[in-house]
Ligand binder design. Structure first.
Ligand code: NAD
Ligand code: LMR
Length: 335
């Protein structure tokens, strides 16, 4: 029997990332051979752009695209939704403090979490892409009464892919031979991209780096002075070079994130921000990036990996930022 279509809701569908996501999802890049229904949620100002994208989707005649609905009503958008990709967010405007940004986004992600709880399918999985992604996922999860918090995740796969890309370029290898990179913490400049458990064609990445760069000290210096800051600040670098924030790479990472969540990682480790249950000493309830695997039933943190003192301090610094974001949101009476 043919399985029922998967209903995918994309918020901010009329925006840049939305436009880069829709056609790949409809083409089957995210859910393989499953039929798909798309629900495009926008605010009134974004409706025409989303409606235009819907017309183009129709013109592509994707064999597995069952239908497309464009709406500015969250209740309609999340009704029966199996996968929710929360992309639409309030960007930081001139003179806006961090607390203002958190409050503005809480006004978006709180009601969307409530709408998901009211109408989504029992198996719904949610990923927050819009920034600040980790805390937006936390806000949506806490507003979604009755839905297990572990269904809510945030996107750090872009950071993971960036880390793999930097290693691949430096070692002159294909990205596909690199395994086991980890992004710890927040999707922000405090994140810690970690290669201590990574391998290149099965060989420890730190050994390959030492070979290639002229010894362990040179490898360590490259990791500290080039790799970590470059990955952590890559979003800012893209904004500086392109003139606007990452789009196709962000959409590609969001597709990788959902595909691996719902279809499984087949034993490979990746990175995703998930609700902490206290793993690696991260306070419970924070949405923090960890090494994860999925068997198709949702991401699970891979426990037991060693962290040396310097790595531990870097993870702690990023977690401190997540705690501060949670406190700022709580102080607004939102959580
Ligand atoms: P964009 O401004 O092009 O599009 C955002 C869209 O969201 C707009 O069309 C807007 O009308 C819509 N929107 C705003 N509020 C909404 C609401 N309440 N409901 C539904 N739609 C709403 O921005 P973009 O380039 O597509 O980026 C979207 C977000 O993704 C930004 O917050 C950006 O910082 C973030 N981002 C995250 C990552 C990541 O790795 N986590 C990477 C890149 C960008
Ligand atoms: C990115 O990592 O590219 C974005 O999150 C940057 C941004 O601020 O939009």
């Amino acid at each position: 029997m043919t399985p029922p279509p998967v209903t995918v809701t994309i918020t901010g569908a009329g925006g840049q990332i939305g436009y880069a996501l829709l056609f790949r999802i409809a083409a089957g890049d995210m859910l393989g051979d499953r039929d798909v229904r798309l629900r495009l949620l926008e605010i009134p100002q974004g409706m025409r752009a989303a409606e235009g994208a819907a017309l183009e989707l129709q013109d592509c005649a994707f064999p597995r695209l069952v239908d497309v609905e464009v709406t500015d009503d969250p209740g309609t958008a999340f009704d029966g939704c199996n996968v929710a990709m929360l992309v639409g967010a309030r960007p930081r405007g001139p003179g806006m403090e961090r607390a203002d940004l958190l409050a503005a986004n809480a006004g978006i992600f709180g009601p969307q979490g409530a709408a998901i709880a009211a109408g989504a399918a029992a198996d719904v999985r949610v990923v927050a892409v819009g920034n600040p992604a980790n805390t937006n996922a936390l806000i949506a999860a806490s507003a979604a009464r009755g839905i297990p918090p572990e269904r809510f995740t945030a996107l750090t796969r872009l950071d993971h892919n960036r880390a793999v890309g930097q290693l691949a370029e430096t070692l002159a290898v294909r990205p596909g031979v690199i395994e086991g990179v980890i992004i710890w913490g927040n999707h922000s400049a405090t994140q810690f991209p970690d290669v201590a458990h990574a391998t290149v064609d099965g060989v420890p990445a730190v050994d390959v780096l030492a070979d290639r760069l002229g010894g362990p000290d040179a490898a360590r210096a490259w990791l500290d002075d080039v790799f970590v800051p470059r990955v952590a600040r890559r979003g800012a670098e893209i904004i500086e070079v392109r003139g606007s924030s990452s789009v196709a790479s962000a959409a590609g990472a969001a597709i990788d994130h959902v595909r691996d969540d719902v279809l499984g990682t087949r034993g490979h480790r990746t990175s995703a921000a998930v609700v902490s249950r206290g793993e690696y000493g991260v306070p419970e309830g924070l949405v923090c990036s960890f090494p994860v695997v999925s068997d198709g039933t949702g991401y699970r943190v891979v426990e037991g990996l060693s962290l040396d003192d310097r790595s531990r301090a870097r993870l702690d610094a990023s977690v401190a930022e997540l705690v501060a974001e949670r406190e700022a949101v709580a102080a607004l009476g939102i959580l």
